[in-house]
Design a protein around this ligand. Structure first.
Ligand code: NAD
Ligand code: G6P
Ligand code: MN
Length: 441
């Protein structure tokens, strides 16, 4: 069986430990020859790399594992490159969330003004990274889930129009399917969803039982009405995530047609959401105090002891597993179904062809084959056309260095929605981002 070479860009990410453990756990189904971590921040990546050295020596001794800040060392000979960079780091995520909230607007990692601010930084760094990758690994598959994935996907589509081996993915639709399976008391892999939307803005029109073909959505609606909605891994989640998932109940009461993605809450209830977020302690603060400090504490403990022993915790990591299974589908040409971000080209019939949409795809060695959704109803079409327009205008602003286009993007985004506020926000974010953004004229 062929063994694969994989690189993780953003080796110092809080998600890397989950990947290292998952690659070790999945070594029989997806065998690796070489695994390299790459980051621009050597100090941040080092403890994660040292953890990997210890863990793999015990669990995967034949694996050639290393970590580096040198692109050539990282990319040469790679089959798959998993991209999980955070342009500007969690400190800038904090600014993305705090600045809009200080003006009464939602501050969120990927939605609204904060998401657009992050988008400008990510487009710049992701494009530069992909040029580096293509210099050393022209044929590698690039699996990108760096956020904001919708905006990054649009920018990559324009900058690399002929590159058919860049795939943009988000785990949230699958997280919602997994959560639904917990509610139904079944295995999530027995569910066969139909989904449409943009990244972090979509709906499930059907949740079929894979064996019987029954549409379980009516049942799901009834159960959510009675019991609410929880993430599949609720026991490991912070309160803010439990609240976000819990809000699915409200959305289903108001808009019962389809099961929503959890992120829809920001777009459907912007005023309610903004008034319930704490401007001085947002999700970025919670992540720094929680996940980030837990990950680096875990590394420090293992490095101090010099061995893992029985500390290889058995809890699986849904995010890493999904991304590895995406690589498997390509490597083994399985044509398994995933919900992926692809160019529309008629999948949602009444949306423009060049929108980057999120739909169910079959995935194999030649990339994703989107499954047709058909026409979507006016309400959803209205919401999505507004958002896709905002995203496209932001990417125009990025490439054309256009303040005017950025102002249009901010004004059009439902979470800003007012030109005067848009201008104030844009000016504050230009100031906060300095040369992490292109200069807008
Ligand atoms: P983090 O800040 O902990 O980690 C990001 C790492 O990327 C850091 O070590 C940083 O030094 C590194 N980095 C920054 N710019 C880089 C560059 N140009 N090249 C290489 N490395 C670079 O962030 P995190 O919370 O672990 O999240 C990582 C990324 O994964 C984010 O973009 C996040 O939004 C994304 N993510 C996406 C999904 C999804 O489903 N789409 C799920 C989880 C996380
Ligand atoms: C989900 C989304 C990702 C997002 C992450 C944020 O997995 O799909 O796109 O980055 O949640 O999680 P956090 O815990 O950092 O707020
Ligand atoms: Mn996502």
């Amino acid at each position: 069986m062929k063994k694969y070479n994989v690189c993780i860009v953003g080796g110092g990410s809080t998600y890397t430990l989950g990947f290292l453990k998952s690659f070790a756990r999945m070594q029989n189904e997806f065998p690796l020859n070489k695994l390299v971590l790459f980051d621009i921040d050597a100090d941040r990546q080092k403890p994660i790399g040292q953890y990997g050295d210890i863990m793999f020596a015990e669990r995967y001794p034949e694996l050639d594992f290393s970590y580096t800040t040198d692109p050539k060392e990282a990319y040469e000979g790679m089959d798959f490159i998993f991209m999980q960079m955070r342009a500007g780091g969690l400190k800038m995520r904090q600014q993305d969330e705090h600045i809009p909230l200080s003006m009464g607007k939602i501050g969120q990692e990927t939605c609204g003004a904060g998401g657009m601010a992050y988008g400008m930084r990510s487009c710049k760094d992701m494009i530069a990274a992909i040029y580096d990758i293509r210099k050393y690994a022209p044929d590698a598959w690039v699996l990108n889930y760096s956020n904001p994935a919708a905006i990054v996907a649009e920018a990559l589509r324009r900058e690399f129009p002929n590159d058919t081996r860049i795939l943009n993915i988000c785990d949230q639709p699958e997280n919602v399917v997994r959560s639904t399976s917990r509610l139904l008391g079944c295995n999530w892999e027995d569910l066969d969803p139909v989904y449409f939307g943009l990244n972090h803005y979509g709906w499930f029109t059907h949740i079929y039982d894979r064996k019987t073909g029954e549409d379980l959505l009516p049942k799901v609606r009834e159960i959510v009405k009675e019991k609410g909605f929880l993430p599949q891994d609720a026991e490991q989640r912070d309160q803010s995530w439990l609240d976000t998932y819990g809000f699915v109940k409200t959305m289903l009461e108001d808009f019962p047609d389809y099961l929503p993605n959890t992120y829809d809450g920001y777009y459907l209830y912007p005023e309610y959401k903004a008034s319930h977020l704490d401007p001085n302690f947002t999700r970025a603060d919670e992540v720094m105090a929680g996940r980030e400090s837990r990950v680096f504490k875990e590394c420090a403990e293992i490095i101090k002891e010099g061995k893992l022993g029985d500390k290889f915790d058995a809890i699986s990591d849904a995010h890493a597993e999904m991304m590895i299974k995406v690589a498997e589908a390509i490597a083994f040409n399985t044509n398994e179904r995933f919900i992926l971000i692809v160019e529309n080209n008629g999948a949602i019939c009444n949306m423009q062809d060049d929108a980057m949409v999120e739909v169910v795809c079959e995935l194999g060695i030649n990339g994703p084959r989107p499954m047709r959704v058909g026409n979507i109803d006016q309400f959803y079409l209205g919401l999505l056309v507004q958002q896709v327009s905002a995203e496209k205008l932001l990417v125009d602003a990025f490439f054309e260095h256009s303040y005017k286009k950025a102002l249009m993007a901010f004004t059009l985004n439902r979470l800003v929605n007012d030109a005067k506020v848009a201008r104030k926000l844009l000016d504050a974010l230009i100031e906060a981002n300095g040369d992490m953004w292109p200069e807008l004229k």
